[in-house]
Write a protein that binds this ligand. Structure first.
Ligand code: NAD
Ligand code: UDP
Length: 322
């Protein structure tokens, strides 16, 4: 019988990290979760604490990381991911993408573990090429408000490739496009929880700008499958994982109003600075390399996500964080 593999997952108490913990436990791995709860929630992994293959370390990854166990794999997912989070904690965002990634690469080198880092479509900035293939270098403002996230992630990719080329560390880089599903934080300001929360509270939906900007939304199970396949592949350069089904934010607001069978109005607010006007992944590489493409239709993913938010308590639905 093959020995049980051990994987360290940072950002384990967050949206994607918690789903990744579930998936790797299901695949028979020993999972060590790590998080400092800055934007995550223990409730996302509460169900794992009694599991014999799961352990947890509360730790800020920008501080030196000590792990006793041997590690086969590392998934580095710790980082604020929502614009209002990273605007509220800009320095921590820069630190987790730079110092945090440096610590994890050092750990991967010491343990001879393969490391996959969570990059983002944000490295393409407000793209001048559409859809975005991995070969596009991007259009990011270094000093704009989103720069703290985008540049941290760009640095993260550079230091990861440097560890690969200079130290021979086995690396994988996933460029994640907007992903949604249960366990997103209702008040994290991202558009899906924002609109769904507004529908459930009977509030008007706040569309930023004229709503003509586009995004392409990927259901979490599809994203996790793509990440799983990439980790086990032998490809060291960045790979886009996302759903190419693109929609305007205005149409999306109307879709969520319909889903809630509600009659709320749409109100318009100013478009945040440097908000990308369009975004759609070119997933040809993932299809070719990983034989991966998204499977979950939007109506199904949205219904599951809406039902999740609907099941939250009254207090959670009305909790104001910002
Ligand atoms: P999230 O905020 O739900 O999860 C991030 C987790 O990281 C949280 O639990 C938080 O407490 C933890 N964390 C942050 N800083 C930390 C630190 N210094 N030390 C330890 N833990 C820390 O966000 P998410 O949507 O799950 O995103 C996870 C990763 O995926 C991030 O790296 C993000 O940049 C990337 N990503 C996500 C999306 C998306 O659509 N969800 C898109 C692109 C990239
Ligand atoms: N958005 C919006 N209303 C909201 C929250 C977001 O119109 O209440 C818009 C936002 O301006 C952006 C899009 O929805 O154009 C997606 O925003 P999100 O924060 O989810 O992700 P990102 O901009 O990082 O892709």
């Amino acid at each position: 019988m093959e020995a049980q593999k051990t994987i360290l997952i940072t950002g384990a108490a967050g949206f994607l990290g918690s789903h990744l913990c579930d998936r790797f436990i299901k695949e028979g791995y020993k999972v060590i979760g790590m998080d400092n709860y800055i934007t995550g929630d223990r409730k996302n992994i509460n169900h794992l604490f009694n599991h014999t293959s799961f352990s947890f370390i509360e730790h800020d990854v920008t501080e030196h990381i000590k792990i006793k166990d041997e590690l086969d794999f590392i998934l580095h997912f710790a980082s604020p991911a929502s614009p209002i989070d990273y605007l509220k904690i800009p320095i921590q965002t820069l630190k987790v993408g730079s110092l945090g990634t440096h610590n994890l690469l050092g750990l991967a080198k010491a343990k001879k573990a393969r490391i996959l880092i969570a990059s983002t479509s944000e490295i393409y900035g407000d793209p001048l090429v559409h859809p975005q293939p991995e070969s596009y270098f991007g259009n990011v403002s270094t000093i704009g408000p989103r720069g703290v996230y985008d540049e941290a992630k760009r640095f993260q990719e550079s230091i990861t490739m440097a560890y690969h080329r200079f130290h021979g560390v086995e690396v994988r880089i996933v460029r994640i496009f907007n992903t949604y599903g249960p366990r997103m934080r209702l008040n994290d300001g991202r558009v899906i929880p924002a609109f769904m929360g507004q529908v459930l509270r009977g509030e008007d939906l706040t569309v930023f700008g004229d709503g003509s900007q586009t995004r392409s939304f990927c259901y979490v199970d599809d994203q996790v499958e793509g990440i799983f396949r990439l980790l086990l592949s032998d490809y060291s350069e960045p790979v886009n994982i996302g759903n190419p089904h693109e929609t305007t934010i205005l149409d999306f607001a109307k879709e969520i109003i319909k889903l809630g069978e509600s009659e709320q109005k749409i109100i318009y607010k100013p478009l945040p600075q440097n908000d990308p006007l369009q975004r759609q992944p070119d997933i040809s590489l993932a299809k070719r390399l990983l034989n991966w493409e998204p499977k979950v239709p939007r109506e199904i993913g949205m219904k599951i996500t809406f039902d999740y938010f609907k099941s939250l308590s009254h207090d959670e639905l009305y909790k104001k964080e910002h």
